[in-house]
Design a protein around this ligand. Sequence first.
Ligand code: COA
Length: 380
Amino acid sequence: MSGEKKKVGDGLQDVVATSSAICRIDIEDGRGVLEYRGYDIHDLAQNSNFEEVAYLLLFGELPRKKELELFKEELKERRDLPPQIIGLLTHLPPFTHPMVVLRTAISYLGSMDKYIHFKSHERSIEKAKSLIAKFPTIVAYHHRIRTGQNLIHPDFELGHAANFLYMLHGEVPSETEEKSLDLDLILHADHEFNASTFAARTAASTLADIYACVVAATGTLMGPLHGGASQRVMEMLREVAVPWRAESYVKEKLERGERIMGFGHRVYRQVMDPRTIELRVLAKKLAEEKEPKWVEISEAIAEAVYKYKGLLPNVDFYSASIYANLGIPDDLFINMFALSRISGWVSHIIEQYENNRLIRPRAQYIGADSREYKSLNGRK
Ligand code: COA
C-alpha cells in the first residue's frame, strides 16, 4: 500500500462509521432533513422544549406528561455544584477560556464520582442527567466569578433555559428571551456523527468513563471548524460593523484564500441546514425586540458569501446574533452550544456502551518506504 502514495479521501467524508438510532440527517428532494429519534427538527422547534428533547434523545420516546414533569424535577434537583467545583472555578486563571473551564470542571466532577467506572444503564442515565443539569451552573457560576459578581444560585421555579439566563444575568429573562434560548437549545441538541459526538463515541468505545468521553467531546467542540465557529462569527460581525461593508469584507477575505466562519457544511453541501432555517427566523424575531444590526450585517454577509463562493450559512452563523441579543458574552458562545449538545453526547455515549465494539479505523500509510536504520555516525 505504501508504494502507491495515492491518498484516500480525507476527513472520513461520507464514511458511515457505525449505526445509531438517535439522529437522522439526510438530503431529500433538495432539502436538508434532520430528525431526532424520527421527529422532524421543524416539528420539534415549533412544539417542543429542551427538556422534552433531552428526554427524547436519552430514552428514545417522547415523554408522557408525568414522565416529563419528573424528568424536569430530576434535572432541577441536580443543578447544584459541589463546593469543590465552585472552588475550582474560583482558582482557575481569569484568562482561561470558558470551554477550557468547562472541560476541567467535568473532569473534576468525574474525580468526585465514586461510581465513575460503573456503566449499567441506570448508572449511566443518572450521570447523564447530572451532567445535563450541571452544565449551565458551571458556565454561569464561572462567568459570575471571573467578572467579580456574586453567584446567583439555581431557581427551582425556572425551566432549564430561563434558569441559565437568570444565573448568568441575575435577572429572570423575558418570555421572548426564555423561548429564544429554549429553541436554540433544541436546535443544537444532536447532529449525528459530528466531530465532537464522534470523539465521545470513540472514547466510549474503549469503555472509558462517561466524564472522559464528555471531556473528549468538549475539547473537540471548541475547535473553530466545529462549535468554535460561532465566537469567530461574532468577531466578524463586530469587524464588519455595518451591513454595507459586508461585501468588500467577504470578497477580500475569499481572495486571500481565507474561510468565512459560519459557512459551509460537510453534509449539507448544496442545501440549507434545516437548523439554519429555524435560527434565521429566530434571530430576526429577536432582533425586532433587541439590537437589529447583528442580523442586518449577517444577512449582508450571507448574501455576499453566496455570491462569491456559493456557500450557505451553517448552524453557527445566526446563533451568533441570537447569543449577542441574549446578552451572552462572545467567549461563552461555544459553551452555549455545549449546554445543548451535552444531551446528544450522553445519549450517544450510552448507545455506544450498550452496543459496543471498539472504534479503531486504519490509516492509509503514505510515508517513506521501508528503510534501514543507520547509526548516528553513518547519517548524512
Ligand atoms: N469559507 C470559505 N470557503 C469555504 C468554507 C468557508 N467557510 N467552507 C468551505 N469552503 C470551500 C473550501 O475552501 C473548498 O473550496 P475549493 O473547492 O475552492 O477548494 C470548498 O468550499 C469545499 O470545502 P471542504 O474543505 O471540502 O469542506 P469540508 O467539508 O472539509 O469542511 C467545514 C466543512 C464546516 C469545516 C468548512 O465548511 C468550514 O471550514 N467552515 C467554516 C467553519 C464553520 O463554520 N464551522 C462550523 C461547522 S457547523
